[in-house]
Design a protein around this ligand. Structure first.
Ligand code: ASP
Length: 441
């Protein structure tokens, strides 16, 4: 571990020349910021196009044998505008013309989409006067398309040693044969984490357009408090339940290497944002909970059978039925003679009757009932474990708000308490929990 900081800038932070200027100021403000991973230009205003979306459209047009000239002209305008406004001494016209020709020649969606980050990387390197490292040379996927973490770490570490400062475009890498492959959407976050690991960085800064994570969804809770610090495990629980700021897969490379991630706001660089760390001790928790996240549209399949607890393999057969339809279950609250499987409503609706028949065949239950329109709310916080009365406080708050709790699931990790409520009561429940733990804390 050294003192290097790896910075990733999201698409909204590099959408135009003023974003590039802010990024440069940030990078130059701290000499430890040596490597930077850019996304492609995002939206500048509501209704604007993301360059990545335009690139996918170009590919679709080329694939259908149509011309992508008009779509590509929009992309070219974005980059030419940035280069002009920054006064870059770069032959952007030639660069763009070659890129368009490459998209037509290579004809894969991944290659087309990757050009957004590639071009932004070339421009940013020119603007900073830093080296450019093509991600296709240092980020590897195997033949099946799975990310080759160890190969990448070895080769990228070696490569970085030769550069005091470098720009490495996010989102893509290459198959062993050199063909470009991208991560899933939003994947520049993963690239940034991968570079941080290879650089054995002290910190991974993820610069975006918000000042980190909030304790609850601001569309539900008015002006929720920000989360100053949380652990990777807590983040995983919150993102699984719907909090989206960072790509889920960006956690693994840095978590594994013990590198903290700091979510920062390009438009408010003085704000400390959210720091995600490996572990925290009790004193570092400001509130008894870390955050609240949730989702609507779940269904509860309740399967009832007398003496179920004594029947060997019952649970396995229920899950076998669910698995046969390719449905992944969210939770499994069980009673003495009932077992409940919580699944996404959209998954269930596709196979509803067939699935019930199959459970009937395999398990011979006395009764199966499906209730839909369930919302799940996870109240997350490592500090909850040691605080007496957390559950009492949560359920009292829900009771006082008139919310009927239909399901309870407390993970054995005691990192969270998940409650299921009627979809219509979702917002009221989130507000009640927030008020009890944060405003009342
Ligand atoms: N530009 C890609 C996307 O829009 C990747 C990223 O921004 O992280 O999904």
């Amino acid at each position: 571990m050294n003192d290097t900081i790896v910075c990733k800038f999201g698409g909204s932070s590099l959408a135009d020349a003023s974003g590039f200027q802010k990024a440069k100021d940030i990078l130059l403000a701290d000499a430890r910021r040596r490597y930077v991973v850019p996304s492609a230009p995002g939206r500048r205003f509501d209704g604007d196009d993301k360059v990545t979306d335009l690139l996918y459209r170009c590919y679709q047009q080329v694939e259908k044998g149509e011309s992508c000239a008009q779509t590509f002209a929009k992309i070219a305008q974005r980059y030419a505008g940035i280069a002009r406004d920054l006064g870059l001494a770069l032959d952007v016209a030639a660069l763009l013309e070659n890129t368009r020709a490459d998209i037509e020649r290579v004809r894969t969606p991944d290659f087309a989409a990757s050009r957004g980050e590639y071009l932004n990387g070339v421009l940013l390197a020119a603007y900073l006067g830093w080296d450019f490292i093509d991600a296709a040379d240092v980020v590897r996927f195997d033949k099946q398309g799975a990310f080759a973490a160890e190969w990448t770490n070895r080769v990228l570490s070696e490569e970085l040693k030769g550069h005091a400062h470098a720009v490495i475009p996010g989102f893509y890498g290459a198959f062993p044969d050199g063909g470009v492959r991208t991560f899933s959407r939003g994947g520049s976050d993963i690239s940034g984490a991968v570079v941080a690991r290879a650089a054995q960085a002290a910190l991974y800064e993820n610069w975006t357009d918000v000042s980190g994570f909030l304790m609850a969804d601001p569309r539900i809770v008015e002006a929720p408090a920000g989360i100053e610090r949380l652990t990777y495990r807590e983040l995983r629980e919150l993102s699984y339940m719907g909090a989206t700021v960072l790509h889920e897969d960006a956690i693994f490379p840095v978590h594994k290497a013990g590198i903290p991630t700091n979510i920062r706001n390009t438009n408010d660089p003085a704000h400390p944002g959210t720091m995600i760390v490996d572990s925290m001790d009790e004193a570092q928790y400001r509130y008894p909970i870390t955050g609240i996240a949730g989702h609507k549209n779940f269904s509860l399949i309740s399967i009832e059978k007398a003496m179920m607890n004594a029947e060997l393999g019952f649970g396995r057969r229920v899950l076998q039925a669910v698995e046969e339809f390719g449905i992944s279950f969210e939770h499994l609250p069980t009673g003495i003679d009932t077992m409940c499987v919580v699944v996404a409503e959209s998954d269930l609706n596709r196979y509803r009757d067939k699935l019930i028949n199959r459970i009937g065949e395999l398990c011979q239950p006395d009764h199966i009932e499906i209730s839909s329109g369930l919302a799940l709310i996870a109240t997350v916080g490592q500090g909850m474990v040691r605080t007496r009365g957390t559950a009492a406080k949560l359920f009292t708050a829900l009771y006082r708000a008139g919310v009927n709790v239909r399901m309870i699931d407390q993970g054995s990790s005691e990192l969270n308490i998940i409650v299921g409520v009627d979809g219509e009561e979702f917002e009221a429940a989130v507000r009640a929990i927030y008020d009890a733990f944060v405003r009342g804390a």
